[in-house]
Each structure stands twice: as structure tokens, then as C-alpha cells.
Design a binder for this molecule. Structure first.
Ligand SMILES: [Zn+2]
Length: 243
């Protein structure tokens, strides 16, 4: 069993305090970075939706213009037929041209019906695009202020983390490097909690009972004792347990 001094235990406890702060800060930083990503993704998704609406509107507008062009062509044809009507000599030819005019008028009516439907669709899409653009602008300004807030939090917490790491390094210099390595390893295994108090024979890290002989050893505080269950370095706090 490795011997340990009272001083070492105190150092380990101070080390644990900074370790807890470090783990909390790292969690907060990771959460904030995740939020930044989410905000970006939300904007991108909205932008994609708007792009799709614009694309639909462009397709609709193109069809609309094509139909308008068709109607103009048919009008020209009808005008031309009417012109020709004035010059025909035979009744047969006259009837044929009249039929042609009639046919063209029917086609024109069909196209005009479709054109009305398309106009409604176009207006709907146009309104949707306008609405989405407004929403996007709102979303962007909201996202901008959120990002700024997160960024200032990140900057602040990164500086705090840096301070904690420096402090921990300084505290760790008072320890045997092997003990420091052990501390770090156990912390990694236990989500940042490497040192645990033993109270009434129970490890406060994992809440399992420690064997009676081990409890006595921990109370003596002369050797490095690890919890058989969670491996955390155990210590006994006489002051708090006497109260
Ligand atoms: Zn334990």
C-alpha cells in the first residue's frame, strides 16, 4: 500500500475542487458549441425551404409567361384569319376559315382558364415567398443576437477554464507525479470525480459499503486507499463526521 500524508490528501481535495470546475466548464462549453451548431442548422433549413419556394415560383412564373405568349400567338392567328375572311371567294373556304377561328377561340378559352388557375397559384407562392423572407430576416436577427451571447459566454468560460487548468497544474506540482497521474486516470473513469469521502463505511462516490478493515485504514489516513467498487481515492473527514 502506498503511503500518503495528510498534506497529500488536502492537496488531492483541492485538486478535486478544480477538477470539478473544469469538468463543469467543459460541459458548459460543449453544450454552448452544440447550441451554436443547432442555430446554424435551423437557419440553413429555413433557407432551404425558402429556396424551394422561390424555385416553385420561378417555374410557375415561366409557365404563366409561356401561356400568355400562346394567347398572343392565337390572337394573331385569329386576326389573320379574320383578315383572310374578307378576301375569300368560295363559301367552302369561308366555312373552313370560320371553323379555324372557332377552334382557335376554344383553345384560347382553355388556356385562359388554366392561366387563371396558375395566376392564383402564382399569387399564393409569391405571398409565401414574401412571408418566408420576412421570417428568415427575423430568424437571422434573432440568431445573430443568440450567437453573440453564446460567443461571449464561450470566451468567458474558455478563459475560466484556462485559469482552472493553470491553478490545477500549480496544485498538482505539490504532488508526487505518479499520484497526479492516478488522480487524472480515476477522474477520467468517473466523470471528473476522483476523490470521495467515506461516511459511515460508505463511499460517497458510488454509495457502496467499504470493508471494515478498509474503513479503519481510511480513517487513519496514512495510506492511499481506493474504493474497491469505483476506484476513487477515499478520504475521511473527521470534522464533518463529528458534527
Ligand atoms: Zn466508491
Amino acid at each position: 500500500m502506498k503511503e500518503i500524508s495528510k498534506q497529500d490528501i488536502e492537496t488531492l481535495l483541492r485538486l478535486q475542487e478544480t477538477e470539478t470546475q473544469i469538468v463543469q466548464l467543459e460541459d458548459t462549453l460543449a453544450r454552448d458549441e452544440h447550441r451554436q451548431g443547432e442555430i446554424l442548422a435551423r437557419q440553413e433549413q429555413f433557407q432551404k425551404g425558402l429556396d424551394k419556394q422561390k424555385q416553385d415560383l420561378a417555374v410557375c412564373t415561366a409557365s404563366f409567361e409561356e401561356m400568355e405568349q400562346d394567347i398572343r400567338l392565337i390572337d394573331q392567328r385569329i386576326a389573320k384569319s379574320n383578315e383572310t375572311l374578307r378576301m375569300v371567294r368560295s363559301n367552302k373556304e369561308y366555312q373552313a376559315i370560320l371553323r379555324e377561328v372557332e377552334e382557335n377561340r376554344r383553345r384560347k378559352e382553355d388556356i385562359e382558364t388554366s392561366l387563371l388557375e396558375l395566376m392564383e397559384e402564382k399569387e399564393g407562392l409569391s405571398a409565401a415567398v414574401e412571408e418566408s423572407e420576412k421570417e428568415l430576416a427575423q430568424l437571422q436577427s434573432q440568431a445573430k443576437s443568440e450567437q453573440e451571447e453564446i460567443q461571449s459566454q464561450l470566451t468567458r468560460n474558455n478563459a475560466l477554464l484556462e485559469d482552472c487548468r493553470t491553478e490545477q497544474k500549480q496544485i498538482g506540482e505539490q504532488l508526487d507525479p505518479a499520484l497526479m497521474t492516478l488522480f487524472k486516470r480515476i477522474s477520467k473513469m468517473n466523470k471528473g470525480l476522483a476523490v470521495a469521502k467515506v461516511q459511515d463505511s460508505v463511499c460517497m462516490g458510488c454509495f457502496m459499503n467499504v470493508p471494515p478493515q478498509m474503513y479503519i485504514e481510511v480513517q487513519r489516513g496514512k495510506n492511499l486507499i481506493s474504493c474497491p467498487q469505483c476506484s476513487r481515492i477515499l478520504y475521511y473527514d473527521k470534522v464533518s463526521q463529528d458534527v
